[in-house]
Design a protein around this ligand. Structure first.
Ligand SMILES: Cc1cc2nc3c(=O)[nH]c(=O)nc-3n(C[C@H](O)[C@H](O)[C@H](O)COP(=O)(O)OP(=O)(O)OC[C@H]3O[C@@H](n4cnc5c(N)ncnc54)[C@H](O)[C@@H]3O)c2cc1C
Ligand code: MET
Ligand SMILES: [Zn+2]
Length: 614
């Protein structure tokens, strides 16, 4: 009888973790290589699982593919390692257990650059060896990326008629990483021809049972589960799992009631867990009927934020607009910062923008500063958000906090690299790129979290994105803008420009874009400041004449400041005729400079209106 025929009438028991047991024996190297160097140890593990009651064991090949073996310099040993794995498992199994060749997911839960083509190549190589060696079926396990699982499943289907077990790994209860509901994922896998469909790893029995409650019995396929022993804990730099085997006895009965027919274990499990499952289910037939819980549908509401002002992108589409960057201080104390913000507000700026630890150096949190401006002074802050300082948990928490405080203006940027700041050794997170961050915020505006879960409310973020025109090929930068618009960017803010011709170039290259642009202008403060920008800020070149003007004024700081303002004004004159938006950057909290430039723009605007009237 074959594996699938047995499943027609029986519940079968899978094995548990191999990796965990090897870890417990102090092995830190490549687990799959042991098929060659320590075959007896692997065989011993298989035998322990069979003795515990497993009817289906997996080869020690979870990571035995080109991509994963390459991490150990073993990419040329794919054939050898997989061949040995099947031989060992078959010897251990004799005629007591089925041997399934396991192939683990490559993409995991992190965003990765590994393309589907590379994955296919690596997968096909491993699959061919496992099939040639005569495994009884193929186990696809630990697939967080549903697209990857569907791709490899189709390859197996094309290559063999042997049973295929396809296990996804959940993001959270009942939901995959891309937001797909488990029941929908299962029906897709069934339609693609998987014979057994299930879940493995990441969660313990509790969350897996809850996930299965919303899943009907499949029409043709059978259900499988390979839960972790528990949720893990971090101990001395390692993930450690609880080992209450008795808990698996009770869980096994509940899994059966959800219709599961193949039950094994994943990370943290051992032969003791498998023994508990097998004893609990001995002699019990599979269930053929179950009641399915309704999916929880959460209501997402629109919220009216009190004092809600017109979003910046709407303002700049309809009229001229000035926004000014005034960065939170690098030292404690916000008095001067608040004075500056108030002065800019009085001058009539549409928003004061607050950098997120610009130049990768710590500043007072822009959420704290922005909240003070908004709540105490009714000033509209625009909060920069980098991908550098917060992981996916922190970013989403931050966005929910901003929404709760009514801070709806945000700028999504990658963030300057830590290397350039005060703590060059600090980790740069980059869980997401600036594109992903823009999409994430857009999704928040639909009331949906990164994982596709309802947030209960929709946010109202107006999303700015960064535009760096200080590059050799402006065309390429404009392509990035187009992609950012596709992701959901409402408008752009540029890095500072110091050259009139460049402003015209930017206009010519971007006039087709649907999103408005704020042109960045930052007054120079001294010859030293000009030289630093010219020589050390990548991509920015100051003309000879600008540097000379700053040199000539440098004996007197006041004069240098005036010269810096004069240069900025001539840049504004060019930008004013081409763009609605001007973004002034306050150097070193010298807000009197940006106040003066704001007044200059406002006066120009008045003069222009008067000219129109007459
Ligand atoms: C208006 C404005 C405000 C800013 N505010 C801040 C701030 O508050 N805090 C701060 O730290 N920095 C800030 N910056 C700096 C900004 O984060 C960096 O200068 C960044 O390089 C450009 O902005 P971005 O995030 O949109 O770039 P992106 O369009 O995301 O590109 C960043 C650069 O990195 C490259 N890149 C991006 N992703 C990848 C990848 N996955 N692999 C390889 N290359 C990649 C791109 O090719 C590009 O050269 C700001 C910049 C601007 C223009
Ligand atoms: C990392 S999840 C997959 C684990 C694999 N089945 C093992 O036994 O090690
Ligand atoms: Zn696992």
């Amino acid at each position: 009888m074959g594996l699938l025929e047995e499943l027609e009438t029986k519940i079968l028991i899978g094995d548990g973790a191999i990796g965990t047991l090897l870890h417990l024996h102090g092995i830190d190297s490549c687990f799959e290589e042991l098929n060659l160097s320590k075959p007896d140890q692997i065989k011993f593990i298989h035998e322990a699982y069979i003795e515990a009651g497993a009817n289906v064991i997996q080869t020690n090949t979870y990571g035995a593919n080109y991509q994963k073996l390459a991490r150990y310099g073993l990419e040329d040993s794919v054939v050898e390692i997989n061949k040995a794995a099947v031989t060992i498992a078959k010897e251990a199994a004799g005629n007591q257990a089925y041997v399934v060749g396991t192939i683990g997911g490559i993409r995991s839960f992190q965003k990765t650059t590994i393309s589907l083509e590379e994955i296919q190549r690596s997968f096909e190589e491993q699959l061919t060896v496992l099939l040639d060696q005569g495994v009884d079926g193929i186990l696809l396990e630990t697939y967080y990326d549903f697209e990857e699982l569907k791709t490899v499943l189709q390859i197996v289907k094309r290559e063999t008629n042997k049973p295929i077990i396809a296990n996804v790994s959940l993001h959270e209860v009942g939901v995959l990483q891309d937001g797909t509901h488990l029941a929908d994922a299962f029906s897709e896998l069934e339609n693609l021809g998987a014979d057994v469909i299930g879940i493995n790893c990441r969660l313990g029995p509790h969350h897996m049972i809850r996930s299965l409650e919303e899943v009907p019995l499949p029409k043709k396929a059978y259900l499988s589960v390979y839960p972790n022993a528990s949720l893990p804990e971090y101990v001395e730099g390692r993930l450690v799992y609880e080992t209450h085997e008795d808990y698996f006895r009770e869980s096994a009965r509940l899994f059966r009631l959800e219709g599961v027919r193949l039950i094994g274990g994943c990370c943290g499990t051992s032969p003791k867990h498998i023994k508990a499952i097998s004893e609990a289910l001995r002699g019990l037939p599979p269930v053929t009927d179950k009641s399915v819980k309704n999916r929880q549908v959460e209501i997402t509401t629109e919220v009216k934020i009190p004092n809600h002002t017109t979003p910046i992108h709407e303002i700049v589409k309809s009229r001229r607009s000035v926004i000014v960057e005034l960065d939170p201080p690098k030292k404690l104390g916000v008095q001067k910062f608040i004075q500056g913000a108030k002065a800019l507000h009085q001058a009539g700026v549409d928003s004061v923008t607050l950098a997120d630890n610009s130049l990768a150096s710590p500043r007072i949190s822009n959420l704290a500063c922005g909240s003070i401006l908004k709540q105490q002074f009714n000033i509209n802050p625009l909060i920069h958000i980098t991908c550098r300082d917060r992981n996916l948990i922190g970013l989403q928490s931050h966005l929910m906090g901003l929404h709760t405080l009514g801070l709806n203006e945000v700028l999504a940027v990658t963030g300057d690299p830590s290397k350039i700041g005060d703590f060059p050794g600090a980790t740069s997170v980059y869980d997401v790129s600036s594109f992903d961050l823009i999409s994430l915020i857009k999704q928040f505006n639909e009331g949906i979290s990164y994982s596709g879960k309802s947030l209960g409310q929709k946010t109202n973020f107006s999303i700015a994105a960064a535009f760096n025109p200080n590059v050799r090929h402006l065309d390429k930068a404009v392509k990035r803008l187009e992609k950012k618009i596709d992701c959901g960017a409402d408008y752009f803010i540029t890095q500072p420009l110091y050259n009139e011709k460049q402003i015209i170039d930017v206009y010519e290259h971007t006039k087709h874009l649907s999103a408005p642009i704020y042109i960045g202008i930052m007054p120079l403060t001294s010859a030293r400041n000009a030289n630093f920008i010219h020589h050390e800020i990548p991509g920015i070149t100051l003309s000879q004449s600008i540097r000379e003007r700053m040199e000539n004024a440098d004996q007197d700081p006041q004069k240098a400041q005036e010269e810096g303002i004069a240069i900025a004004k001539s840049l504004i004159d060019v930008a004013f005729d081409l763009f609605n938006g001007i973004y002034l950057i306050t150097p070193f909290l010298r807000y009197e400079m940006t106040v003066e430039l704001t007044n200059y723009i406002k006066n120009k605007e008045l003069a222009a209106i008067e000219r129109k009237v007459h």
